[in-house]
Design a protein around this ligand. Structure first.
Ligand code: PGA
Length: 249
C-alpha cells in the first residue's frame, strides 16, 4: 500500500513572522492525521526556522531546488549536504517554473535528481506538459522524455528512492486543475513506463499530482488509483486550505 503524501511548495513567499503562524497552524492541523505524510518545501533562508518548528512533529521539511555540485565556486548555489545540515528530507527537482524561468533542462534536472539521491535526500521530480503540447497530443511524448531523463540514466532503483510529480503546466498557478480522469491517465502512463523496467518499483513509487489543488478537488483526485497525493502551491500558503487538502488523504 502506498501512503498518501502531501507536499506544500511555498515558492518565493513568506517571512519569519508569517511562516511561524502558517507552520504552527499546519502542525496542529495535521497532528492527528495518520493516513498520510506531510512535507513543506520552504525558501532556503527559512530552512532553519522550519527545522526548529517542525522537528519532532509529523511534518517534514525540504527545499525547492539544489545544486548538483557538492561545493566550489558557484555563487548563489546551495549544495545537497547543506540541505542535509538543516534536516531536509525532500527537495523539489525540475519544477516547471525552474524549467521555464531558470533554463532548467532535462539534463540539469537529472543531475540535481542524482545529487539529491546521493546525499540521502528524496527528490520530488516534476514532469508535465504545456497546454500547447497537450493540444498537439504530445503529453506522453513530453512526460515520457522527462521520465526517461532519470529512468534511463540512473535506472529504476533511483526512482525507488524518489517521489514523482505530474504537474501539467496548464494547471499550475491557474484555476484549471486537471480532472481526476485526465491526471489518472498520465499517472498510469508514468507507472506503466516504469513497470517496463521494474514492476515492483513501479507499484511502490509515489506519484503526486500538482496544479490548482484545493480542499474541494483534492479528494476526487487522491481517490484515483494511481494518484498518491499532491504537490500544492498557492493553497500551501493558507493553513486551513493546506490542512483541508491533507485531510483528503
Ligand atoms: P498551484 O501550484 O497549486 O498554485 O497550482 C502547484 C505547484 O507549482 O507545485
Amino acid at each position: 500500500m502506498r501512503r498518501k503524501l502531501v507536499v506544500g511548495n511555498w515558492k518565493m513567499n513568506g517571512s519569519i513572522a508569517k511562516n511561524k503562524v502558517l507552520l504552527e497552524a499546519v502542525i496542529v492541523g495535521v497532528r492527528d492525521l495518520h493516513h498520510g505524510d506531510f512535507v513543506v518545501c520552504v525558501p532556503y533562508p527559512y530552512l532553519a526556522q522550519a527545522q526548529a518548528l517542525a522537528q519532532g512533529t509529523n511534518v517534514a521539511w525540504g527545499a525547492q531546488n539544489l545544486s548538483s555540485n557538492e561545493d566550489g565556486a558557484l555563487t548563489g548555489a546551495v549544495s545537497p549536504s547543506m540541505l542535509m545540515d538543516y534536516g531536509c528530507s525532500h527537495v523539489i527537482v525540475g519544477h516547471s517554473e525552474r524549467r521555464l524561468l531558470s533554463h532548467e533542462t532535462d539534463d540539469t534536472a537529472a543531475a540535481r535528481f542524482h545529487a539529491a539521491i546521493n546525499a540521502g535526500l528524496t527528490p520530488i521530480f516534476c514532469m508535465g506538459e504545456t497546454l500547447e503540447e497537450r493540444e498537439s497530443d504530445w503529453t506522453e511524448y513530453v512526460v515520457g522524455r522527462q521520465l526517461d531523463s532519470i529512468l534511463r540514466r540512473f535506472g529504476p532503483e533511483s526512482v525507488s528512492k524518489a517521489v514523482l510529480a505530474y504537474e501539467p503546466l496548464w494547471a499550475v498557478g491557474t484555476d484549471n486543475p486537471a480532472t481526476p480522469a485526465q491526471a489518472q491517465e498520465v499517472h498510469t502512463f508514468i507507472r506503466k513506463r516504469i513497470a517496463r523496467c521494474d514492476k515492483k518499483i513501479a507499484k511502490n513509487v509515489r506519484i503526486l499530482y500538482g496544479g490548482s489543488l484545493n480542499p474541494s478537488n483534492a479528494k476526487a483526485l487522491f481517490d484515483m488509483p494511481d494518484i498518491d497525493g499532491g504537490l500544492v502551491g498557492r493553497c500551501s500558503l493558507d493553513a486551513s486550505a493546506f490542512v483541508g487538502i491533507c485531510k483528503a488523504t
